[in-house]
Design a protein around this ligand. Structure first.
Ligand code: PEP
Ligand code: MN
Length: 340
């Protein structure tokens, strides 16, 4: 971090500020430039509040030269992180596909979809039990009963389950029953929830917020990791832009960018990005080509009658065709398709 002092800053003000930084355990390099003094802070500045420095009358400007995140930062952890769930692996050269319906609707539905996506090569089963819906009048999910149906599908197939947690009050339930806990786009900056899931032992699938920058997203991963849970998978699911044709705009640049910034694995959700089933396959293949470590895809055995997101769900047959393409494309990208 660099602090530029105002030209009229007195030596007393400068010395006072230097003493403050030293008290925070930082070393301070002093450069006397033409007309102003520049302080270079050396050490762990992640806890330094830039606003508190800026408010000082003798300070002109404060600039960060290092990222505000540490645990998620590739600089301090050059190797890729691989998150292992059951027999499946995501990241560090392993690629896994998570598939299933937007929401769990019945025993017959979830077991049928689970068996079909597994036969096609999916490694993990998705399915929302607690659903974040824009309207309070829309189907809100089956709740805890939906979790039990996911467990039945897991017992029938052996597939680990991925499902969304919306409230801290269900942390223990999810810790007991779920294999990967999804934090949805709308909760990416629910910091209390992030801190609580940081105390759990289960991997966290952290979706990118609708309008969040890469740094904000990685800072949310940092919240989880700073509580001790290092198993975070980032998920790009499309962002809000001026385009209205698609539900969201899939930001493929996020894949190489985030990989440079962080060692965490990144998966792509083409279903919520596109919002249309026919666009899911090309976006999925593009995500693989851009270096994604996995995909999360909505698949429904009866999309026309789905209670949620049927328009963007693949049929099991379409999903099977996509998996056949991935079987060629994933190794071509130098990755191993993890089947769990
Ligand atoms: C979902 O995965 O069903 C979901 C609601 O996703 P998102 O949080 O990305 O909208
Ligand atoms: Mn959905």
């Amino acid at each position: 971090m660099v602090v530029v002092m105002r030209p009229d800053a007195s030596q007393r003000d400068i010395d006072k500020l230097i003493a403050q930084f030293q008290l925070q355990g930082l070393q301070v390099g002093i450069t006397n430039g033409v007309g102003c003094t520049i302080l270079g802070l050396v050490g762990d500045t992640t806890g330094v509040d830039m606003d508190k420095i800026t408010i000082n009358n003798s300070v002109e400007r404060v600039m960060r030269v290092s990222e505000p995140y540490k645990r998620a930062n590739r600089k301090f952890h050059p190797e890729d992180t691989t998150v292992k769930v059951g027999g499946a692996a995501i990241g560090g050269g392993s690629f896994a596909v998570i598939a299933g319906p937007c929401s769990v609707e019945s025993e017959a539905q979830i077991i049928d979809v689970a068996q079909k996506v597994q036969n096609s090569g999916a490694a993990l089963l998705r399915g929302g039990a607690f659903k974040p819906r824009t309207s309070p009048y829309s189907f809100q999910g089956m709740g805890a009963a939906g979790l039990d149906l996911l467990l039945e599908a897991k017992a029938a197939t052996g597939m680990p389950i991925v499902t969304e947690l919306m409230s801290e009050k269900y942390c223990q339930l999810f810790e007991d029953k779920v294999d990967v806990i999804q934090i949805g786009a709308r909760n990416m900056q629910n910091f209390d929830l992030l801190k609580e899931v940081g105390k759990l032992s289960k991997p966290i699938l952290l979706k990118r917020g609708l309008s969040n920058s890469y740094e904000e997203w990685i800072m949310s991963a940092e919240y989880i990791m700073s509580e001790g849970n290092e198993n975070v998978i980032l998920c790009e699911r499309g962002i809000r832009t001026f385009e209205t044709y698609t539900r969201n705009t899939l930001d493929l640049s996020a894949i190489p960018a985030v990989k440079r910034m962080s060692h965490l694995p990144i998966v792509v959700d083409p279903s919520h990005a596109a919002g249309m089933y026919w666009m899911v396959e090309p976006l999925a293949l593009a995500a693989v080509a851009a270096g994604a470590d996995g995909l999360i895809i909505e698949v429904h055995n009866d999309p026309q009658n789905a209670k949620c997101d049927g328009q963007q769900s693949l049929t099991p047959e379409h999903f099977d065709r996509l998996m056949k393409k991935l079987e060629t494309q994933v190794p071509w990208m130098g990755k191993t398709l993890s089947r769990g």
